[in-house]
Structure formats: C-alpha cells, structure tokens
Design a protein around this ligand. Structure first.
Ligand SMILES: [Zn+2]
Length: 473
C-alpha cells in the first residue's frame, strides 16, 4: 500500500472512531472535573462523593446508561448489563448532570472486573498514559499525562523552521494523529514537517581518472541541503560524490612523487631488504636445511621454501605458535609451516598483523598487502607499528618525522586521491585526531599527504592543504 492511500485510510479510520466516541459516554472527552470518592464493593454497590451543581447522576456500563436520580450510590445489578454473559472487563462511567444548564459538570471513567461465576465486582485502577510530543526524533516539545480512554489536551503549534512548515502530528508508525483520538497507552507523537525546499537539479557527472564525479542530486537554493529524487531524503556531499578513478589529482602545483612506495630512508632504523635471502641472515648449522637456532628452537627451510620449527632437544614440531629466530618472528600454523604473505588477527582477536613473503612478521614498517584476511586479492599498503599491529584510522609521521600518512578505517593507506578523514581518526600514539575529523585531505601516489600547498580540490575549488594535511577553504 502506498503512503498516500495509507494516510487516507487512517484518516477515515480516525473519522469513524471520532463519530463512535461521541456516542459512547465511556470515551467522552475527559476535560470535565473528575468525580471523587468513587468506590465499588465486591457485591456491586457503587458510591461516590456528592458533586456540587449536579442534580442527577448517570451510570454507564459497557456503553449503556441509566439515570440514578440524585442518589450517590448505585447497585450495578440495576443496569441491564449484568448477567451470565457479561464480559470479565467492563467499562464504567459516572456522569454528574445539571438539568437547568443541560450540561454535564463532572465525570469519572474507569474499568471494572466482573466474575459472572461468583457475581463479584472489582474496581480496576486507572491507567495513566504519558503523551509526548516531539518536534523531531529526539526533541521533546511537550509532555502530558492522560488517563486511559481520554483525550490529550490541544497544544500550541510549533513554529515553522527554515524550509519546513508544520503540518500536524503523527504516531511513530506514520499514521496521522488528531486531538480527538483517544489515548489508550503511552504515546509518542511527532511533528509532520512538510518540506518547502527550492530544489535545483545537479546533473550526474562521471568521474575521470583525476576528477571526482557525482550522481544526479538536488540542492536547495534556500538552505543548501542536498537531496536525492525527493526532498525527504537528505544526503551528504560524500553520498553523491563518485571518487576519481585512482590516479593523482591533476594539479600543476602538486610536487611530483615517485610512483612506488619508498620506505623512508633512516639510518637509525635497521633496513629490511625487500626480498631477503633467508639462509643468508643467520649462519646455517650443520643440519640439513636448518638456518637458525634460538632459545632452544631450531628453524628449517626446505626446497619448497616452507619454514618449520622444532624443539632443539627432541625435534618436536612447533604448531599454532609464534617463534623468533633471533631476528624475525614467525607464526607456525596448524600444519607446522610458517604463515606467509598474509594479514591475520593477532591471537588477542583485536589487532591485525602481517607476515610477509618470507614469513616474517612486519614491525614498524609498511607492507604491500596482497590478500585480505578473507583471502580477497588487493594491492594495498598498510602500516604496522612496533608491536606489529596494523594502524587503523591513524595519522602518522614516517620514521623520519617529515611526511604524514593516513591509514584509513580499513587500515589501508590513502594513496593518489582526495579522501575524507573519518570521525574516529587518532594519532599513532592514540591521541584523538580532532583536527582531522571530517576534513578532506589529498594523498600522493606514494601515500604521503600533500601539506603546506595551495591547490584546488576534486571539484576545482581553491583550498590550502595545511601542515597537517587538512584542506582549509
Ligand atoms: Zn531548503
């Protein structure tokens, strides 16, 4: 069912209910003073306090009313409603009436419980319902307490806001609410805001290698908000932006950068060769294939370059464990071979670590990751800290402290494009990266962030990339 048909149907239902309410005394609007001192004995004798200004009382049980003259006690058996077929829960209303003004002057609405087996009565407590009016999901505008079966008081209409006019209230499920609707439970009501944006269409534009594109969208000339198709669906610029296809932004002021990711040159950090020759980094022992012995463990490599580890004392294979050969750390899998070329979870289940093509766990360095944890092929650069943990959503300087990198929320270094910093970005030492949050940056093809540069962004807008890599407009 579409929304319009649903709205019309619920209006019809509301209208029918409203008609019904007028005829049923139990659901009459309870803005009259309440009759006090109401009690009911177990054998059905109802009594209440005298209401000043009333010259007769009417008793309604399950919608059928009888006059009780000016008496303030009444036997419920004197209605036609009490018999072996009476439902267990009945609605009861007492109304105080003034005949000279022809008006009700007080009323009491409640429910009673009746047992036809024992012919006993019980007055049920009145349920109080909270009715909350919200002007948006979280902004409470007014709150009322309303007895079950009664109506909420009409309230002042909230003021219109920029690009939205007030058009009524609705229930949580979107059904319209009217002040004539009976409240039967705790109820949350929300403003229906009808948008009055002045929308202008922005045509779709494909992305190129160097420039971002965009989906078709609409922008409001009054408030500047962006929308897809209709003005109820606000979107952000990021939602409609199609990233550039992957090369460095075309920008004459951008310094030329090497295509490959060069590890920063730093004499104080041991240099890790790109493809170390395994047997050469530790003396080969006399045993066939054994290339290292360290802390009671011997390390072997076979002709297929599988690395294994055994206890030196009794030759027992190491499985499902980390071992260090004195220089590098390996993880020996269930089959006894060292894990290679893989991202994996640290046994803490929290951090992601990486073993390179030689089975060496990567510490304090970049790695060109070819496979995700799930085994999907990628070509990403990730950075692993001194504990071997992958940086996720972290801005960090390189080892020389001169260039900045951003490892995004997936742990992947942003490279060769404009990007947005996430809302949870931190510095490598764990400090909150508040200066980055929500900002835009531009990474060179080698992953270094463009800094201290006047440039134009992916939309051709002029901006300055500050020392921290965040674009200032
Ligand atoms: Zn607008």
């Amino acid at each position: 069912m579409n929304k319009k048909v649903k709205k019309i149907m619920s209006l019809v239902v509301t209208f029918i209910l409203t008609l019904g309410i007028v005829r049923l005394p139990v659901y009459a609007q309870s803005t009259l003073p309440k009759i006090t001192g109401v009690s009911l004995t177990s054998d059905g004798i109802l009594s209440w306090d005298v209401v000043s200004g009333a010259d007769s009382y009417w008793i309604g049980l399950n919608g059928s009313s009888v006059s009780n003259g000016n008496n303030t006690t009444f036997d419920l058996h004197d209605t036609s409603q009490i018999n072996e077929n009476t439902p267990e829960i009945c609605t009861l209303v007492i109304e105080a009436y003034n005949s000279s003004s022809d008006e009700y002057v007080a009323r009491y609405n409640c429910r009673i419980k009746y047992s036809s087996a024992t012919d006993t009565f019980d007055l049920l407590p009145i349920k109080e319902c909270s009715v909350k009016f919200y002007t948006d999901k979280n902004t409470l505008y007014q709150e009322q307490t309303v007895e079950e079966g009664a109506l909420a008081q009409e309230i002042d209409t909230p003021e219109d806001k920029e690009c939205y006019i007030f058009s009524g209230w609705e229930y949580e499920d979107g059904t319209p609410y009217a002040f004539g609707n009976v409240i039967t439970d705790d109820t949350n009501l929300y403003t229906i805001w009808t948008p009055t944006h002045d929308l202008e269409k922005v045509e779709a534009k494909p992305a190129t290698e160097t420039q971002t594109g965009n989906k078709e969208y609409y922008v409001c000339a009054k408030c500047g908000k962006l929308f897809l198709e209709d003005s109820t669906n606000e979107v952000s610029l990021a939602d409609v932006t199609i990233p550039a296809l992957g090369t460095k932004p075309n920008n004459p002021t951008t310094p030329d950068v090497p295509a490959a990711l060069d590890k920063p040159d730093n004499p104080t950090t041991p240099d890790v060769p790109a493809t170390p020759d395994i047997p050469s980094f530790n003396p080969v022992t006399d045993e066939e294939g054994c290339f290292a012995e360290y802390q009671g463990f011997k390390f072997y490599i076979d002709d297929d370059e599988n690395i294994t580890c055994r206890t030196a004392a009794d030759g027992k294979p190491v499985i499902n464990d980390f071992k260090c050969d004195g220089t590098y750390t390996y993880y020996f899998q269930f089959d006894g071979t060292a894990m290679k070329d893989r991202l994996t979870y640290h046994p803490d289940g929290d951090h992601v670590i990486y073993f390179d093509a030689n089975g060496h766990e990567v510490f304090n360095d970049f790695a060109n990751v070819k496979k995700t944890i799930a085994g999907d092929e990628v070509d990403d650069y990730c950075f692993f800290n001194v504990f071997g943990y992958m940086y996720v959503d972290v801005v960090t300087y390189d080892k020389t402290g001169t260039v900045l990198y951003y490892a995004n929320a997936y742990g992947v270094l942003e490279r060769g494009k404009w990007f947005q910093f996430s809302d949870n970005v931190t510095w490598a030492d764990g400090r909150e990266g508040t200066e980055f949050i929500g900002g835009y940056g531009c990474a060179n093809a080698d992953g270094t962030l463009l800094v201290n540069t006047q440039t134009t962004d992916w939309e051709g807008k002029s901006c300055y990339l500050q020392g921290n890599g965040v674009a200032l407009y």
